[in-house]
Design a protein around this ligand. Structure first.
Ligand SMILES: *Cc1c(COP(=O)(O)O)cnc(C)c1O
Length: 460
């Protein structure tokens, strides 16, 4: 062991100094100690003494591993475009550079450059949101769950909210409408049945304690068959006549009609405002294609009440996201180029033949790397989905690479290897095969070199 040199001697080696430069003396010393401890154990158990170059290689490996972030960029080939666990929307370049600019310098976040007086954080987005949705006023909070919570609490604390039994959603991550109501200090009044709710159900439930009627977009499920729901415009009339507020939680909420992009029609925020909702809530990072945020648009007096709620301070958005949101919303002013500039729409509107061509192009290189290791690769048809609770039942025809193996465990080995890459590849397992849906792949070169890295390192 002594022949390998002491920790201090090794730290002084010219091979180690660039590592100290990069990772810091403390991290290098710690990792070197644990490499040497491992070597000592191995030698004690009869292994032969490694060369000094092996020690350095192992040190380098540990330091690089330690430096890797779990949040590092990855290839989302799951086929779910807005994957909540993988961070939902990918931002437009315009939004990325706006966010970077905001990070690098001071900005007039709450400062009015015209008057030199204190300004308002939401003012940067308010005009744009009103322009794009036709609403009177708008405010922004951390995410749509927060938008729902603060809206309910501001408008109806201590009173009742009426919701159809068909719309009592659970979004996942413990976002369940009855629980949110309770936390917002409202009493939930359920009306109708799971499959059918009528106007008379709402009318019967309205009483002196009613603060609002809430309509919720059934984002992640669809009730089919013998069904009835009351349309938003009818609910608006009922709410107006009863003197209560109509809150419509759109969930994903899109600012444009998606049918020109080949997707099913979803109600737009503008339509929902126009049909008479007093408040409309929706997400920033679902179909809208921006960073995480929750928007509330609607009546000026109600938005003012929301802004006065102390919760607003707890749920507010920082300058980085405001900058990215503003840049994202601006893209909607030019609908003709939106599909090319907004990654979410660009990926969602890719057609199956184009993706299939891409799969055909990648097939030979991927096969060459994986076939010798016992994997079978083929081009396959598959189905993408939007994700994040938009059009839950609809799928979009897509294509990709289907990887099969002689055993399930061989596939698991490959999946684990893909996850361990410098830039991980995440596909989905389906019918005993791994499907890499190529809808969201724009960097073919990077994808191939990632696989090459994995094959070189582990499957060799
Ligand atoms: C997604 C969703 C939410 C929660 O929005 P987040 O932006 O994820 O907080 C709330 N309501 C509905 C109907 C949704 O689809």
């Amino acid at each position: 062991m002594r022949s390998l040199g002491s920790v201090d001697q090794l730290l002084g080696s010219p091979l180690v100094s660039p590592l100290i430069e990069r990772h810091g003396r403390q991290a290098v010393t710690d990792q070197l100690r644990s490499v040497l401890a491992e070597v000592r154990d191995a030698v004690r158990n009869g292994a032969s003494l490694p060369a000094q170059s092996d020690i350095f290689a192992s040190l380098l490996g540990r330091l690089s591993y330690q430096e890797r972030s779990n949040l590092r960029p990855l290839f989302n080939l799951t086929g779910t475009v807005l994957h909540t666990n993988l961070g939902r929307a990918i931002l437009a370049e315009e939004a990325v550079s706006a966010a970077v600019d905001a990070m690098r310098s001071a900005a007039a976040l709450e400062y009015d450059l015209d008057t030199g007086k204190r300004g308002e954080r939401d003012s940067h987005l308010r005009a744009l949101l009103c322009e794009l949705t036709g609403a009177e006023d708008a405010t922004i909070v951390n995410n749509n769950a927060a938008a729902v919570l603060i809206s309910l609490n501001s408008v109806g604390a201590g009173r009742e909210a009426i919701v159809s039994r068909g719309e009592l959603i659970e979004i996942g991550g413990a976002f369940r409408m009855p629980d949110i109501m309770e936390r917002a200090s409202l009493r939930l009044v359920e009306v109708g049945t799971t499959n059918r709710t009528h106007e008379k159900d709402y009318l019967k439930a309205i009483g002196p304690d009613t603060a609002l009627i809430m309509k919720v977009h059934t984002s992640n499920y669809r009730i089919e068959g013998f069904t009835a729901e009351v349309r938003g415009d009818r609910l608006a009339t009922i709410a107006r006549e009863a003197g209560v507020v109509l809150l419509n939680d759109l969930g994903s909420g899109t600012l444009v009609d998606l049918s020109p992009y080949g997707l099913a029609k979803e109600p737009t925020v503008r339509e929902t405002v126009a049909e008479g909702a007093d408040l409309v809530t929706f997400s920033g990072d679902k179909l809208l294609g921006g960073p995480q945020a929750g928007f509330i648009v609607g009546r000026k007096d109600l938005i003012a009440e929301i802004n006065r709620n102390p919760l607003k301070r707890a749920l507010r958005v920082d300058k980085i996201r405001i900058a990215a949101l503003e840049a994202t919303l601006r893209l909607y002013r030019d609908p003709h180029r939106l599909g090319a500039r907004l990654p979410t729409l660009r990926m969602l509107s890719r057609k199956e033949p184009e993706i299939r061509d891409q799969a055909e192009r990648l097939l030979p290189a991927v096969s060459e790397m994986l076939a010798p290791r016992g994997y079978r690769i083929a081009v396959a048809q598959c189905s993408s989905q939007i994700g994040s609770g938009a059009l839950p039942v609809d799928t979009i025809p897509s294509a990709g690479l289907k990887i099969s193996a002689s055993s399930g465990s061989a596939l698991e080995v490959l999946a684990a290897l893909f996850r361990s890459l410098h830039r991980p590849i995440v596909g989905r397992m389906q019918d005993g095969a791994m499907i890499l849906d190529l809808r969201c792949l724009s960097d073919d070169e990077g994808f191939l070199s990632s696989i090459a890295e994995g094959v070189d390192n582990a499957l060799a």
